[in-house]
Ligand binder design. Structure first.
Ligand SMILES: CC(C)(COP(=O)(O)OP(=O)(O)OC[C@H]1O[C@@H](n2cnc3c(N)ncnc32)[C@H](O)[C@@H]1OP(=O)(O)O)[C@@H](O)C(=O)NCCC(=O)NCCS
Length: 184
């Protein structure tokens, strides 16, 4: 899939919120107020993944969709389809606040590139590790993070407003991720 990454802008806000609504179930998806507060926080960095509107890119996505992602999400419009928000912290352990890739664009390498960009930024902010939370029942996210060398360090009961527990995952940031494939 042809796409590029760039730093998020305030004008992206509504698109990012709409993506978050599609990526997470009620009780885990952010309200507009929550997302706005995270984006405004000091020491946060947002990267968006954006698809360019060229016909070749469209056919690449259609071909990928034919392998199992047909249906309502089979066509991905040009524009932002994913993003990540990372936060650097004084204790040297950065935090991934959220990572979202629209269902039609998942398993095409965008999440890996977003995560890598956020990790690079955290390294540049002198973070030596990165931590995040994900819902215990979010098997795709757990597989994704394991693939990127994150390890389980704990759980937080009732972390989400839906009552679901969170897994806390962490990795060291001494070296770039050794995941074998991060883009297609
Ligand atoms: C988790 C998420 C960001 C991954 O993004 P993505 O663009 O699909 O990830 P990639 O294509 O880079 O996947 C890299 C690897 O992660 C693992 N992975 C990703 N999605 C997976 C899934 N649904 N099932 C199993 N493994 C998965 C695989 O090892 C995959 O490599 P492969 O496709 O060669 O098998 C995306 O699924 C998403 O936005 N989900 C909804 C929101 C969410 O749960 N965010 C994380 C919690 S904060």
């Amino acid at each position: 899939m042809n796409f590029s990454l760039r730093e998020g802008r305030s004008s992206d806000f509504r698109t990012l919120w709409q993506i978050d609504q599609q990526c997470f179930p009620p009780g885990i998806a952010y309200s507009q107020a929550e997302l706005a507060a995270y984006l405004r926080r000091a020491q946060t960095f947002t990267v968006v993944a954006e698809r360019v509107s060229d016909p070749a890119a469209t056919s690449t996505i259609r071909a990928a969709d034919a392998g199992g992602k047909a249906g309502a999400n089979a066509r991905l419009a040009a524009g932002i389809f994913g993003f990540i928000i990372a936060e650097s912290r004084r204790n040297g352990i950065g935090h991934i606040i959220t990572i979202d890739v629209l269902p039609a664009a998942q398993r095409l390498g965008a999440g890996s590139r977003l995560l890598s960009a956020a990790e690079d930024w955290l390294r540049s902010q002198n973070c030596h590790g990165v931590r995040l939370e994900t819902a215990v029942d979010n098997a795709p996210a757990v597989a994704f993070y394991k693939r990127h060398n994150y390890e389980l360090i704990g759980t937080i009961p009732g972390y989400y407003s839906s009552g679901i527990d969170a897994l806390v995952l962490q990795r060291a940031l001494g070296a770039k991720s050794s995941a074998k494939r991060v883009s297609r």
